[in-house]
Design a protein around this ligand. Structure first.
Ligand SMILES: *Cc1c(COP(=O)(O)O)cnc(C)c1O
Length: 457
């Protein structure tokens, strides 16, 4: 790997990291020994680090950068808004134009019936808001016992206490006594990893039926909501078998519980539709949004609420919840401009018709590689499963950390691909071109070759 450092400033920054910076999801000792890679600039779908290396960003920042890096219009929107009104709150019966215009713009692109938006600073805060709002909703309806929220093992819903509890990441639960009471989990629809001898379709039905089982176990009268990502992102781009969502819809129709789609990754075009719920034909009662909402240029998240839920809370006094930065005017102005670009440049239509089919076709060519057990993907999402045995789906021993080896080679070859265990995942900016897709796939193949060489050595 080319971890050689030639720029003396890189060392200085790494020292600052070591002395003062607590980075998210990091082993501090390990990080400080190696020093972080310092990203200094970006344009289109490419990053540059402090050593001058050019890197194709196969992860869109962190699933965020929909319209690409370096969009002057977003810079302009932020600076215009900062000059006009850099901040005002939306508490206590005040508002400002950008937040209102954004709420309206979002209601125009969300699935039918989802017309009301509570803004937050992040996806995690959106899910915290969801937890409080759905419990408030049921209390307003005279059913205060309906409190339990059902999430999924290996789902990701953020890192606040509520977010990490709703998510099903064991390594997060192990720190700080999570999940909090009132949150339970069902298995995930991860056929490649957990499907055993079942066919994908059988396994999809089995995984969906776990929801019904859990509702009956907890008692319908105690269940407030079910939360799920249309496609699990951080869990490893887990695309449910075709049978999964239709069966979940059948179950949801039988019981009086709310359905929350966490659209933080799938929203704003990632699947080739505006929302993952559109892609699957799901009709959630609430949707969490963030990431692609602003293309990551400034932090913002939110919870989109259906008319059905709104009508109840609208008649029920104060909702005692909010963040200083709820609907921040600069973030709202950037989000509005981001949505304008997505619409006017027909970026999502182009993803669906042209670039996503091309990406998916090119990615699947990697399935012939000896290390690869499966390639799957939807829209601008993809996953490559690294295995020891293609037929039995047997993994390499965990200590080998094959995924991390592959990630290292990718970085050294100028490609950001994330490793979730031994699953390599990508989610490039939606504006990635065919040429850049070719670049991504050839760098991925080279990295797979080098990984195989290491593993065999
Ligand atoms: C990233 C993510 C979140 C959390 O968003 P933050 O802005 O990091 O708080 C929630 N849900 C999903 C599906 C995510 O991918």
């Amino acid at each position: 790997m080319t971890n050689q450092i030639n720029n003396p400033q890189t060392r200085q920054w790494q020292e600052m990291s070591q002395r003062h910076h607590l980075a998210p999801f990091s082993d501090y000792k390990q990080l400080h020994e190696k020093g972080p890679r310092i990203i200094t600039r970006a344009e289109g779908v490419h990053l540059w680090d402090s050593e001058g290396n050019e890197i194709l960003d196969g992860m869109a920042g962190l699933w965020c950068i929909a319209v690409g890096y370096g969009r002057e219009e977003l810079v302009e929107a932020a600076s215009r808004q900062m000059r006009e009104l850099p901040f005002y709150n939306t508490f206590f019966q005040t508002a400002h134009p950008p937040v209102l215009e954004l709420a309206k713009a979002i209601s125009e692109i969300t699935p039918p019936g989802l017309n009301h938006v509570f803004f937050t600073g992040s996806g995690s805060e959106g899910n915290d808001t969801m937890l409080r709002l759905v419990r408030h909703y049921w209390a307003c309806k005279g059913q205060p016992n309906k409190k339990v929220i059902i999430g999924r093992v290996n789902g990701y819903h953020g890192s606040t206490v509520a977010g990490a509890s709703l998510g099903g990441m064991k390594f997060m639960h192990e720190q700080g006594d999570l999940p909090i009471p009132g949150i339970v989990h069902i298995p995930q629809p991860y056929w490649f990893g957990e499907g055993g001898d079942m066919s994908p379709e059988e396994f999809g039905i089995w995984a969906a039926d776990q929801l019904e089982k859990k509702i009956l176990e907890v008692g319908e009268d105690n269940v407030a909501a079910f939360i799920a990502e249309p496609i699990q992102g951080a869990g490893g781009v887990i695309i449910p078998p075709e049978s999964y969502w239709p069966r979940i819809r059948e179950i949801l129709a039988k019981y009086d519980i709310l359905f929350v789609a966490d659209e933080v990754i799938c929203g704003f075009g990632r699947t080739g539709e505006w929302f993952g719920s559109d892609y699957y034909g799901n009709s959630p009662d609430l949707m969490t949004i963030a990431k692609g909402l602003t293309s990551g240029y400034v932090p913002m998240g939110g919870l989109v609420v259906s008319d059905k839920v709104f009508e109840v809370i609208n008649e029920c006094g104060d909702f005692n919840h909010g963040f200083t930065y709820s609907g921040h005017p600069v973030a709202a102005a950037v989000a509005l401009e981001n949505i304008r670009i997505l619409r006017e440049e027909k970026i999502i239509e182009k993803v669906k018709a042209e670039t996503a089919p091309y990406l998916q076709q090119r990615l699947r060519e990697l399935a012939d590689h000896p290390l690869v057990g499966e390639v799957r993907g939807v829209g601008m999402l993809g996953a490559i499963e690294l295995v020891k045995d293609k037929q039995t789906r047997e993994r390499y021993p965990e200590e080998l950390a094959v995924g991390m080896i592959c990630r290292g080679h990718c970085f050294a070859n100028g490609l950001v691909m994330r490793a979730v265990g031994d699953t390599m995942i990508i989610a490039p900016p939606l504006v990635i071109s065919r040429d850049e897709i070719d670049e991504l796939v050839s760098k991925a193949r080279l990295s797979l070759d080098l990984t195989l060489r290491d593993v065999q050595a």
